[in-house]
Design a protein around this ligand. Structure first.
Ligand SMILES: N=c1c2ncn([C@@H]3O[C@H](COP(=O)(O)OP(=O)(O)OP(=O)(O)O)[C@@H](O)[C@H]3O)c2ncn1[C@@H]1O[C@H](COP(=O)(O)O)[C@@H](O)[C@H]1O
Length: 104
């Protein structure tokens, strides 16, 4: 189990924990709209880092991934669900997938 899997498990374990002692529990207590807002903020900070301060990009990306895992956990999903979706797409070019979409 790597660090990302351990973080994912820790985050899911925090459901029902005390928000006063756990930042993750405090995010769960604030609710999904607030978690989603945090994810959006971290995404913006990641983009800014990439364009203006690449030496901070890994740190901002870590914040982004962390908050994404919290949002997934709040929705009852885990990293394995994302892995399964990525595995399903493996080997399918994005160009081919887009060309095969049926337009409505
Ligand atoms: N990886 C992280 C992690 N990355 C970032 N953060 C926190 O995310 C917050 C984001 O910072 P911001 O400045 O954007 O937010 P803020 O202004 O402090 O908070 P808001 O009022 O805006 O919500 C900070 O409090 C960071 O410390 C994290 N907090 C926890 N973890 C992991 O989650 C585990 C469980 O944490 P607890 O639930 O706190 O025990 C920890 O052991 C760590 O492994």
């Amino acid at each position: 189990m790597d660090a990302l899997d351990r973080l994912d498990a820790t985050i899911r374990d925090r459901r029902g924990a005390d928000p006063a002692s756990s930042y993750v529990a405090s995010l769960f207590a604030k609710g999904r709209p607030r978690i989603a807002q945090k994810l959006g903020e971290e995404a913006t900070e990641t983009v800014i880092a990439a364009l203006t301060q690449p030496d901070t990009l890994a740190s901002e990306a870590a914040d982004l991934l962390f908050h994404l895992l919290v949002l997934l956990a709040d929705a009852g999903l885990s990293l394995d669900d994302v892995r399964a979706e990525l595995a399903r797409r493996e080997g399918v070019s994005g160009h081919d997938e887009k060309a095969g979409r049926t337009r409505k």
